[in-house]
Ligand binder design. Structure first.
Ligand SMILES: *Cc1c(COP(=O)(O)O)cnc(C)c1O
Length: 392
């Protein structure tokens, strides 16, 4: 199995050199737009590429508004603030995620509460969330309160793991029952759509394809160097709400009141606006999205064919979803087999890595409340990410 995996990856990437997990591809107008920005001198946070990139992302995702930020973490921070997360409150999220999800919660002065994920989506489980809320949630006039901690549950923050869409219909139904606002961490999911009823929910209200990140009150994208498209560093806040969009723009641009020469700020804002230089790169990258998604899905197909022959479990898109297959993953039989696979493949110059350490195990979040996290622990033992760069 292992030898055929190494052979396959070397054949896919056509090299005997080191094969990274994920590297960016610049095959379009990147250089042209970047030179244009340098010639214009507008390299910083004012410039036409920023609003163009926002418009194109809004068109691509179907979001009414898109607000560009310096990175995905800052986008999450502001999205959570706008969802109403305040110091001393709690945000329900998954332990299977990148640390930025939890750090953004902490930046708001709030704390994560960890709920288990689904096997099929690797994202927050609607059933586990419902069970958690039945056990701990108390509906009061001023919101939902956690009976155990005595804190208000301010929001729910599911994450679309490796680009595979969460069960948004299920999560929205559960959260809707308690009036809990949903913010989606779609950092990994540009190019991923939910297309209809899924395996959990045959009666889904989602009847037409919708992009990840536009189901909740707000959603967030990342354009870090390892994501499906990159701006170097960058992020985006998505929302259909006109007022939230206005506030997102205001908060991320130091809360400055528009004026030709006066510098007045009406609250404590953030210097989170994406620079024009990065947006130019992003615009060129976005033009290649259809190609990138197509090639990503072809790559996943090759892994699927191999995994069937090799008798290995490959993480496929959930029913009712169309994934961008940002980062491919195998589920090996147990921790021992996984450890061997990681050691051997990295020794062979093929980069593979284990799932992120569960957030609930990190020292900063080890005191946070969690449910049994049964499936999260199983994934943490068995999952391995394999090379996923776009093949051009
Ligand atoms: C990449 C990522 C982010 C945002 O990361 P930035 O590097 O700040 O753009 C947030 N959440 C998840 C799950 C991510 O993978």
């Amino acid at each position: 199995m292992f030898d055929s995996f190494i052979r396959l990856v070397r054949e896919i990437y056509q090299t005997n050199d080191f094969i990274p997990l994920h590297e960016p591809r610049f095959a379009g107008n990147e250089k042209q737009y970047l030179l244009d920005v340098i010639d214009s001198t507008f390299v910083s946070s004012v410039g036409p590429y920023v609003s163009q990139f926002e418009t194109k992302i809004a068109e691509y995702t179907g979001a009414k508004h898109a607000i560009a930020t310096v990175n995905g973490t800052s986008a999450l921070h502001v999205a959570l603030l706008l969802a109403g997360v305040k110091p001393g409150e709690e945000v329900l999220t998954q332990a299977v995620t990148f640390v930025a999800t939890c750090n953004a919660i902490h930046y708001c002065g709030a704390e994560p509460v960890f709920v288990d994920v689904d096997t099929a989506t690797l994202g927050l489980s609607a059933q586990a969330l419902a069970d958690f809320l039945v056990e701990f949630a108390e509906l009061r006039g001023d919101g939902v309160w956690n009976r155990l901690s005595g804190k208000r549950i301010a929001a729910c923050l599911p994450m679309h793991t490796f680009g595979h869409p969460c069960d948004m219909a299920g999560l929205l139904r559960v959260c809707g029952g308690y009036g809990i606002p949903v913010v989606e961490d779609a950092a990994e999911a540009l190019g991923s759509f939910i297309v209809g009823a899924n395996s959990f929910d045959q009666s889904s209200e989602i009847k037409q394809a919708k992009h990840c990140g536009i189901f909740g009150k707000l959603g967030v994208l990342s354009f870090n160097g390892n994501k499906i498209i990159t701006t170097g560093g960058g992020g985006m806040i998505l929302t259909d709400d006109d007022e939230l969009a206005r506030q997102a723009k205001h908060l991320t641009t130091t809360a400055k009141l528009p004026h030709a020469w006066k510098f007045t700020h009406d609250q404590i804002g953030y210097n989170y606006r994406m620079p024009n230089l990065n947006a130019a790169l992003g615009l060129a990258q976005l033009e290649q999205m259809p190609l990138f998604v197509q090639r990503k899905r072809e790559l996943a197909e090759r892994y699927i064919t191999w995994s069937r022959q090799a008798g290995v479990e490959f993480v496929q898109e959930p029913n009712g979803a169309q994934s961008n297959y940002w980062l491919n993953a195998l589920l090996l039989n147990d921790a021992g087999e996984r450890e061997q696979f990681l050691t051997d493949s990295n020794a062979e110059g093929v980069m593979t890595r284990s799932l992120w350490e569960l957030m609930a195990n990190l020292p900063m979040y080890s005191h946070c409340q969690r449910d049994g996290l049964l499936e999260s622990h199983r994934l943490a033992q068995r999952l391995v990410n394999i090379p996923s760069s776009v093949v051009l």
